[in-house]
Each structure stands twice: as C-alpha cells, then as structure tokens.
Write a protein that binds this ligand. Structure first.
Ligand SMILES: Nc1ncnc2c1ncn2[C@@H]1O[C@H](COP(=O)(O)OP(=O)(O)OP(=O)(O)O)[C@@H](O)[C@H]1O
Length: 566
C-alpha cells in the first residue's frame, strides 16, 4: 500500500506540493498506512471467529427459548445505538489526532532539514514548542477518546448486566411455573451459557470497532491521496523533442496566477518568443514573474489563459516525461540527492544515455571534474542530504554537469549564480560559459540573469514588469532606443565609473555596493559587439571582465520604482 501511495504522490502536480508539507505526506505514508494495514491483519482472524460465535449463539438462544431471546435482546438495541454514536464521534476525533500528528511530523521534518538555520537563530525551543503544541493537541484528543471509550464500555457492561438480570428474572418465573409458558431449569442454564457466548462475541466485535474506527480515519487520509488524479498527466501527450535538436519557444498571451494564490495575477497577457538555438535573457524586478516562466516551461503549472508553444505545438501535446528529459535546468537553489555523485549527475537519464566518456566530458565542461577527483571516493563519494557535504559552488557545478549530460534541446538557467559568493560565482560562471558555449546552436537557452555581462551575452533581452513584457530586443537595439534597458546599462556604467574614482575610499562599502573595476560596462559592451550569435554568457575572469556583483534585478527594481507614476 505504501508503494501505491508513493506512486500516486510522486506524480501529483507541483501545485499540490505548494499546499502541503513534506512531513505531513511522510506521516500519511508511514503512520496512516500502518493504522490501515495492521487492523486488516487482526480483523481476518477475530472477525471471522466472533461472527461465527454470534450467529451460533443467537441460533442456540432462539432454539432454547425464543421468548427469553427477545427479552434479552431489548438490551442489545441501546448497545448498538450507543456504539454507533461513539464510532461516528470517535472517527472525527481520530482524524484530528492524525492531522495533528502529521503537523508535528511536518514541524520536525522541516526543523531537522533546516537544522543549521534553527541553530544559527537559536530557535530550537521555538521548534520544540511548535512540535509540542501539535503533539499536545493529539494527546488531548487521544485522552478524550479514551474517556469516551471507557464510558461506552461501562454502559455496555451495565446493559449486559441488565440483560442477565432480565433473563434470570423471567427465566426464574417461568421455571417456577408462574408465567404463561414454563421453562425447565436445565434450559434456563443452557440459555444462559449460549447468551454468554453471544454476548462475548458482541464484546469482541465492539473491541474491534475501536480499532476499525481508527483505521477508518487513517484510511480516509490514505485513499484521499491514492485516488487523487493530477491535472497535468505525465505521459498523456504524444509529441516528443528530438535529441540534441534546439526547439523554438513561444509564450502567447499567458495569463497566470498560482493555484495557492488564485487572486494574485502573476502574468497578465505575456507574449514573446525564442527562436530555435537562440539564447534569451529575461530580466525584471524581483517578483516580475521570471522564475514563473521557467515553471511554465517545465509544465509544473498550466496557465489559466494563453498557451506555451514548443516547435509550434502546444506544450500540452508533449509527453511530459520525455519532454522533461530533453530540458536542462540549473536553478537558483540546486537540489541534490543523498546518493553518489555519479548518480546525481546521471539523475533521471536512461542507463544507455550515460557513458563514462560523456560523464567526464560533462563534468570537465562544468568545471567540476577537479573537485570530484579530490574527494576520497571520487565519483562514488556520497554527498550528504541535499548535497550538504559540498559547497554552494560545487553543488551548482554538479547541477551544470547534470544539465549538460542530458544534451538538452532547451536549457533553463534561473539565476544560477545568485546564491553564491564572489569566488564561487566566478567558477560557476565559467562553467556556465562552457555550458552555453558547448550547447550553442544545438540548444535553445532561456536565462534569467542578474549580471549585466550575462544579459549582454544573450541574443535577445526581454524585460518584464508585473507579468508583462515591457521591452525586448538585442542589446544593441535596446541601447539605441530610449529604453528601460538602456537606462539600466547607463546607470551601471555611471555607477561603476563613480566607484572606480572613489575606489580608494570605498573599501568599506557594503557588499551590495558595486566595488568595481575599470570601465566595466564599456569594456563589456565592446566585447559584446565582437560576439556572434549564440555566443553565450560572459564570465568574470579573475576580475578583469568580472562585473561587480552588479545586481541587474536590483537596479531594475529601482528603475521601475522611479518610472512608476506617483
Ligand atoms: N509557488 C508559488 N505560489 C504562490 N505564489 C508564488 C509562487 N511562486 C512565486 N509566487 C509569486 O509569484 C510572483 C512571481 O514570482 P517569481 O518567482 O516568478 O518572480 P521572479 O521575477 O523570478 O523574482 P526573483 O527575481 O525575486 O526570483 C511573486 O509575487 C511570488 O510571490
């Protein structure tokens, strides 16, 4: 059952995971499944035995004295009613217990996954408090259930006692010949024995009911997941992308809001296209919707209106599993697995697509081969959960090798160096250069960029604001117009010039301030002019061509703020 549940979970829409926590899901897969499976084993034994005893006892009671049977059965009605009411109430309570246990599990999982942050912020007591809150609620509900169960059991036993008194009273009267019908003393004794047998089977079934009620609440949560069908099926479409062939992309009139925030429009009629083999840089203020475009291209979500076209066909017509194998992604925050490096690089590929030669080619191009070889077990080294035993830059370089090994038709680079320090950024940027260079012409590239040098290296630049394209064109076209992009570049150049002249006094400036080099913007512009189509990303090489961590996104933010009508 766990396998079925995991199979169902893993193919759910990304939107589903936006609304749940990992710990809640693992709790469903472990605690809830166990609560369903264990009673099933018990039930097979006890249910059968008790049912046989119930039917046999009832038959023998009726056979011995139908009048006594009817009289004694008057006590069974209240017992069944009471048990039914309790079962309904207890099911709700047990559901709440399961939800609280899952929430506690979610808190623990998240805290342990982010243990460095918890420690760094001294927040261990906060996490324990939160965990205790959920567990305390579950315990309270469990106590309520235990008291109610004890109450119901006591009342049931009183009613059972009352039935015995009724049997002895009426049976005694009948034996003494004072009732309409008479009864032999031997029949009264055997009736009592049969009634006890029947009664014991009812008590046995009653005990099972408690377990069943708990199992029912767990089963509800398990089947909710198993029966859930994703809106975006993984293998429904028939179109495929050719290996190593670049694809053309078109975003047409996209309107999109995230399912978890349906009222907040993220894209409002966005349109632009990327030719096959072109590299396009998407820039825009923070929150403009740049990463959302990557998610839509990976079909994590479908837009509410408009369509994404790949090679002129709607993305929905593609077999998603095959399509995603042809897309390489290097995200802001690389996700790696607690498996050997080799498996991480070849992740998701068929074994026949992975040869030693190709892996070495990919890791060398990604500037990762050296550090992998330095590890104790080289390519077989385990890297810890989420790649915890590697630096941020090493993780990114593995991500680049992983993307490269796929021979992608479409490469998506989502601010791949934004989370790195200057030294790591330089190395990763170099690896990205290699990546884009090596795929140039064979692969379409959409990059979300924060470095001016990266933006300038692209064939086309698309500027987004509030989920719309506000301008697009090549670096030169945009510079020639009175564009936002041109203002941005001028601002960068001016800023860097200022910084250079102030450099001796500026060493104390904060990290955000561009602590630049000589005329960096002009320098890049000249280099850019000499660069052909699909030339890829420019890199910082030891500082000369390295743009200070000139955050284009940040500058664009300020620019948009200035342009905004007051
Ligand atoms: N999974 C999500 N669910 C709900 N809203 C989201 C989700 N992801 C992003 N958003 C919202 O969508 C908007 C666009 O986010 P997006 O990540 O595309 O911006 P961005 O341009 O890439 O920003 P940044 O440069 O800061 O990464 C933001 O307002 C963000 O809060």
């Amino acid at each position: 059952m766990r396998t079925v549940m995991f199979e169902s979970l893993i193919k759910q829409d990304v939107a589903f995971f936006d609304g749940t926590m990992t710990g809640q899901l693992t709790s469903r897969m472990t605690n809830d499944v166990a609560a369903v499976v264990q009673p099933v084993r018990q039930i097979m034994n006890t249910l059968l035995v008790n049912m046989l005893r119930l039917v046999g006892g009832l038959f023998m009671c009726l056979f011995t004295s139908w009048k006594l049977t009817i009289l004694a059965s008057t006590m069974i009605g209240p017992v069944v009613y009471l048990t039914g009411v309790y079962a309904k109430w207890s099911k709700k309570l047990n559901l709440s217990i399961r939800v609280n246990m899952a929430d506690a599990n979610a808190v623990a999982t998240e805290a342990l996954r982010n243990i460095r942050t918890v420690r760094a912020f001294g927040a261990d007591e906060v996490e324990v408090g939160e965990f205790r809150g959920h567990m305390g609620q579950a315990l309270n509900d469990g106590m309520k259930d235990a008291y109610a169960s004890a109450g119901v059991t006591a009342i049931t036993q009183y009613l059972d006692f009352a039935a015995t008194i009724l049997i002895l009273w009426y049976g005694g009267v009948a034996v003494l010949g004072q009732a309409e019908s008479t009864l032999k003393i031997g029949h009264l004794i055997t009736f009592n024995l049969y009634w006890n047998m029947l009664n014991n089977s009812i008590t046995g079934l009653n005990g099972m009911l408690n377990t069943l009620v708990r199992a029912a609440s767990a089963a509800q949560r398990v089947f909710e997941i198993i029966e859930l069908e994703p809106d975006i099926p993984l293998s429904a479409g028939t179109e495929n992308l050719g290996v190593g062939q670049p694809c053309a992309i078109e975003f047409r009139d996209l309107q999109f809001a995230y399912p978890m925030r349906p009222d907040k429009s993220v894209l409002g009629g966005l349109s632009f296209s990327i030719g096959a083999g072109q590299s396009v840089a998407v820039v825009g203020r923070s929150g403009a919707g740049k990463s959302t475009l990557v998610s839509l291209l990976l079909r994590f979500y479908d837009p509410q209106l408009g369509q994404v076209f790949v090679n002129g066909r709607p993305l929905s017509e593609y077999n998603l599993r095959q399509y995603q194998k042809r897309v390489g992604v290097v995200a802001q925050d690389t996700q790696l697995f607690c498996r050997p490096i080799l498996e991480n690089i070849a992740y998701g590929l068929d074994p026949e697509d992975v040869t030693e030669e190709r892996i070495l080619e990919a890791t060398r191009a990604a500037n990762a081969h050296g550090f992998i070889e330095d590890l104790d077990e080289g390519y077989r080294s385990m890297i810890g959960e989420g790649g915890a035993r590697l630096s941020g830059g090493q993780r990114q370089r593995l991500a680049i090798a992983r993307a490269l090994l796929r021979r992608p038709s479409l490469l998506l680079l989502d601010e791949a160096t934004s989370a790195l320090d200057a030294e790591n950024e330089g190395q990763v940027q170099q690896a990205l250069d290699e990546l884009v260079k090596s795929v140039s012409g064979n692969c379409t590239v959409m990059l979300i960029a924060h470095r001016l040098s990266t933006v300038m290296g692209a064939d086309k630049i698309v500027v987004l604001d509030s989920g719309r394209v506000v301008e697009q064109g090549s670096h030169h076209e945009l510079l020639e117009n009175d564009s936002i992009y041109a203002s941005l570049v001028q601002r960068q150049i001016a800023k860097q010039a200022n910084t250079v002249s102030e450099a001796p006094q500026a060493s104390h400036l904060s990290k955000e301030e561009p602590h630049g080099h000589e005329d960096d913007g002009n320098h890049k512009e000249r280099k850019s002019k000499g660069k052909g189509k699909g030339g890829g990303i420019r890199r910082g090489d030891g500082g000369k061509d390295q743009a200070p961590k000139s955050d284009v996104t940040d500058s664009i933010d300020r620019l948009f703020d200035e342009l905004r009508p007051s």
